[in-house]
Design a protein around this ligand. Structure first.
Ligand code: B12
Length: 281
């Protein structure tokens, strides 16, 4: 702590951020949103060092970084299940203000929170209404993050992404779609429950570099192989099948995929980028 801080019992926002172990912008937002009391001395904001404890206790920010992230994920889960979009968005904004990339918010906050919803749902700790509320709120957060993935300029190619008829899990589709947009691709996002012929209609019309088919639950194998066959009959596009229910290369090939798309959205984007590079050679 500086001598000025010791003498006045106050610190500037830069020093407050260092004490709390968070980004400067996070502290600034605490002040702007009234979560941390501060006085403006005409030039800068000053915060009483005693007041920093209230933020520490409320946010768990004096814990190590990993634990702080776990605390935010838990807080997010709580807000998602409550259907509290504003509260959930504050967790997302905190992460962004601490320097997280939007794609990191998808993968380290939203996806783990939804998987935890699934675990609690299967243990009977949450009911279907809780899960629906959490899913709807997550979709709204993904939509709010969407503009951050917009890339101006010429697109690197078109990618078609969706889930087959009967497969209603659309959150992974939305996440992958936005991360591909962030990588500069034009994305046609069909969402969940898309009939085989509609996949083929869109592929014929859009002539994408590749079609991505998402499968999150077991039991959709026939719909997937049917969709892949329909796409191959009507187009010569590359067809890839992936998602939480496709665990490895063998499972992907069995469903007719040319490659396994990997574990998360980052792997999917990396694969599409590799395919694009090969396509251009
Ligand atoms: C929300 C949810 C639902 C919602 C979906 C709402 C919506 N609008 O999307 C609803 C209520 C519809 C639903 C229904 C069902 N569900 Co559900 N659901 C979930 C839950 C809780 C979250 C799903 C989610 O969004 N996860 C977050 C995403 C981002 O994570 P992810 O799937 O891992 O996504 C990554 C990968 O897929 C990766 N990826 C890798 N390669 C590729 C390729 C492509 C193309 C894409 C797009 C992505 C991708 O990228 C993503 C991001 O990194 C999960 C729990 C869980 N573990 O995920 C259960 C879960 C998937 N559901 C399950 C079940 C059993 C069902 C039902 C059968 C329940 C029932 N009895 O009715 C039905 C089936 C409905 C259907 N016909 O599709 C099981 C599946 C078990 C299994 N192994 O098959 C789970 C795991 C819950 C559980 N613990 O039992 N569900």
């Amino acid at each position: 702590m500086t001598d000025a801080a010791r003498a006045t019992g106050t610190v500037g926002l830069q020093e407050a951020a260092a004490i709390l172990g968070v980004h400067y912008m996070t502290v600034y937002r605490y002040v702007r949103t009234g979560r941390l009391a501060a006085e403006h001395d005409g030039a800068t904001w000053r915060v009483r060092t005693g007041d920093l404890d209230t933020v520490r206790v409320g946010r768990g920010v004096d814990q190590p970084r990993g634990a702080a992230r776990t605390a935010s994920a838990e807080h997010l889960l709580d807000r998602l299940v409550a259907g509290d979009e504003a509260g959930a968005w504050r967790v997302v904004e905190d992460a962004l203000a601490s320097g997280a990339e939007p794609a990191e918010v998808h993968l380290t906050l939203l996806a783990p929170a939804m998987r935890e919803v699934g675990r609690r749902w299967s243990r009977g700790e949450l009911d279907v209404a809780d899960e629906h509320l959490a899913s709807a709120t997550t979709r709204r957060l993904i939509a709010r993050l969407g503009p951050r993935f917009a890339r101006p300029g010429r697109k690197r190619g078109t990618v078609l992404v969706g889930a087959v008829a009967g497969e209603r899990h659309e959150i992974p589709v939305a996440i992958v779609a936005d991360q591909l947009r962030g990588a500069g691709f034009h994305v046609i996002e069909l969402g969940g429950d898309t009939p085989a012929d509609s996949f083929a209609d869109a592929a014929e019309r859009e002539r994408p570099l590749c079609v991505l088919i998402a499968v999150t639950t077991a039991g959709h194998e026939a719909a997937v192989t049917d969709t892949v066959a329909r796409l191959r009959e009507r187009t010569d596009t590359i067809v890839l099948v992936g998602g939480a229910a496709v665990n490895d290369e063998l499972a992907a090939h069995r469903l007719g995929s040319e490659h396994w798309t990997g574990r998360d959205a980052r792997d999917v984007v990396a694969l599409v980028e590799r395919l694009r590079a090969q396509h251009r050679r």
